[in-house]
Design a protein. Structure first.
Length: 257
């Protein structure tokens, strides 16, 4: 799948993993649609990359439909959908004070991370189905979703987050089977501990990040967002990758805490 001259929509693209992916795909000639809630940062990035910004709430059907329509309106075939929007949450199923996990918070994490991913995948794939095949195999596009190693080895307090990411992992293969009929591949990346702006900067932040990366076998560091973007590109360009969940974690295995 060659994205030169094609459109790609990336959710959560105003920062972190999504931004790195947008930069990578724009660098190979894709017109990127930055779908994010951060209007100021999203517009600036879209202007820098020659792309389009659409203020997008991935959990809202109309909002996602508008983002996909913006991708179609570029006049270039939509060939890639990358889901990297998501939120975190930390709370035990029953807290130390004996109170149960807040249900509204659990629903919010599922709504954004899991339902939001499905929302963009389904609407984006429907738009891909209307394009002409890109090759003799009938390929029309690729969906790359972002889960987490927490979806496999959830730690204490990650019940909501892990459930949302585990759901993304679980729908990878059936979605790939569903979308095979229209020539769309589906893949999921499970990042481990990745260095993004969420950790802040300065000596204290660096000390905290060093502790986080200590259990990583090799390389002995956090992953880089640029490495994530490179992996997304590699999965898009390798036409025989489909229905697979790929760990991107330096070999780490999460412990209970």
């Amino acid at each position: 799948m060659d994205l030169n001259g094609a459109a790609a929509i990336i959710s959560g693209a105003a920062s972190g993993l999504g931004e790195a992916t947008a930069r990578e795909l724009a660098g190979i000639g894709a017109t990127v649609v930055i779908a994010d809630l951060n209007t100021e940062r999203g517009k600036a990035l879209a202007d820098e990359l020659g792309g389009v910004f659409v203020h997008t709430d991935v959990s809202d059907e109309a909002s996602v439909q508008a983002a996909v329509e913006a991708a179609v309106a570029t006049g270039r075939p939509l060939r890639a959908v990358v889901n990297s929007a998501g939120i975190g949450w930390a709370s035990r199923t029953v807290g130390r004070d004996g109170s149960p996990h807040d249900l509204a918070s659990y629903r919010k994490v599922i709504d954004v991370n899991l339902i939001g991913t499905f929302n963009l995948m389904r609407i984006g794939a429907a738009a891909m189905a209307k394009t002409e095949p890109a090759d003799a195999d009938g390929a029309r596009g690729v969906v790359v979703n972002t889960a987490s190693v927490a979806g496999i080895e959830g730690q204490t307090g990650q019940v909501a987050y892990s459930a949302s990411k585990g759901g993304i992992i679980g729908m990878t293969l059936p979605a790939a089977r569903d979308l095979a009929a229209i020539g769309v591949r589906v893949l999921t990346i499970c990042p481990g501990i990745i260095d993004t702006p969420i950790y802040g900067s300065g000596p204290q932040a660096e000390e905290f990040k060093a502790k986080l990366s200590a259990p990583v076998p090799f390389p002995k560091r956090m992953g880089r967002a640029s490495e994530f973007g490179h992996l997304v590109r590699a999965l898009i360009e390798n036409d025989y990758m489909n229905g697979e969940v790929i760990r991107f974690d330096g070999g780490i295995r999460f412990q209970p805490k």
